[in-house]
Design a protein around this ligand. Structure first.
Ligand code: SF4
Length: 344
């Protein structure tokens, strides 16, 4: 671990959920790092394990259902957080690391004025007194673009629109100046115009405060302007990772190709159908021994069903786990993604 560069390093993360049907292997051998001040996007369909990964980083995998498997490591600033004691966890959650969830209404306390919710964090982690915290709460609402913040701090979450509530969540998340921010589908429930505004606020605060961000989303279009690096997850595994440029301009994995082709396009003719990925992801109660994408991949070869592909390194941190890059694999033509790229 390079403590000077990496604020976070996740090594061989394995998370399972124990259900009546059996053990769901939600995250399987996930490793990645996050540089200080960098924004990393984790992209993939629902159920691919991206939110479970975020929960593990926030220390939210709890028994008896959730289990972090032995051998999993999560290093934050040179310390394995899985070995934290109670007081270290308290300082880390809310003080060092914040999270913004998709559903602000479910995450905010409906019975407490929003100002008080921001103040609680400030008083707990920044040792502010009540007056200082009250002033800072108004200031935070102003910074995230909420009009009349002096009046709005006195209101309850239900008095805010969806977009405004998400701004409140951002204000709470940034109130304690976290070093690490996790955004779990922060704009999914919002309409497109508001989505753009919320992403701009996050990007602006991230750049000004040099916060390291993990942006979790199913929508590649959302991350184009925010992320410097992207990890593509499928079926509990990272199947490709690299710089945003690598992923958008020289993607190497058929799943990444399909995700890029599924991004809504402005240049399509009326009624021209948008590409979707046929089939469904594998059942994580009984994951396949080979490539998890093999039942949906149009390039699937016999070896794909028999053995898990290893990562091929394309240099500068760009990796993909696909048998197409094996020396013995046949040459294929990758799909033409030029028209899609023009959307980003
Ligand atoms: Fe497709 Fe095979 Fe590559 Fe998996 S390993 S993505 S099935 S070509």
């Amino acid at each position: 671990m390079n403590g000077n560069e990496h604020i976070l390093e996740v090594k061989d993360l394995n998370v399972s959920y124990h259900t009546y049907a059996g053990e769901v292997k939600a995250v399987r051998g996930v490793s990645f790092y996050l540089n200080k001040g960098e924004a990393l996007a984790i992209v993939g369909e629902s159920g691919c394990g991206k939110s479970v990964t975020a929960k593990a980083i926030m220390g939210l995998i709890k028994g008896p259902q959730g289990e972090l498997k032995a051998g999993s490591e999560i290093w934050y600033n040179g310390k394995n957080i899985l070995k934290y004691n109670k007081s270290q966890w308290k300082e880390y959650k809310g003080g060092e690391c914040s999270i913004i969830f998709q559903d602000a209404l479910a995450s905010l306390n409906p019975t407490m004025r929003v100002g008080k919710q921001i103040m609680e964090n400030l008083m707990a982690h920044k040792q502010m007194n009540k007056q200082e915290a009250a002033r800072e709460a108004v200031e935070m609402l102003r910074r995230v673009g909420i009009p009349e913040p002096e009046k709005r701090v006195q209101q309850y979450p239900h008095e805010f629109s969806g977009g405004m509530r998400q701004r409140v969540m951002i204000a709470i998340a940034f109130a304690c100046n976290p070093n690490l921010l996790i955004c779990d589908e922060p704009t999914t429930a919002l309409d497109v115009t508001i989505q753009g505004q919320i992403l701009d606020i996050i990007k602006d605060l991230q750049e000004k405060r040099r916060v390291s961000v993990i942006m979790i989303t199913h929508d590649l279009g959302v991350v184009a302007n925010i992320a410097q690096r992207i990890a593509v997850m499928y079926s509990g595994r990272i199947v490709e990772s690299g710089s945003a440029k690598d992923i958008f301009y020289t993607p190497k994995h058929p799943y990444t190709w399909a995700l890029i082709q599924s991004v809504p396009r402005l240049d399509l003719e009326n009624k021209q159908t948008l590409m979707s990925i046929p089939g469904t992801p594998p059942d994580l109660l009984d994951p396949p021994v080979g490539c998890p994408f093999c039942t949906r991949c149009s390039y699937c070869m016999p070896i794909c069903r028999e053995a898990m592909p290893e990562n091929t390194d394309f240099g500068e941190g760009h990796q993909a786990a696909c048998w197409l890059h094996h020396a013995m694999a046949p040459e294929i033509n990758m799909p033409d993604l030029r028209g899609v790229r023009s959307q980003f």
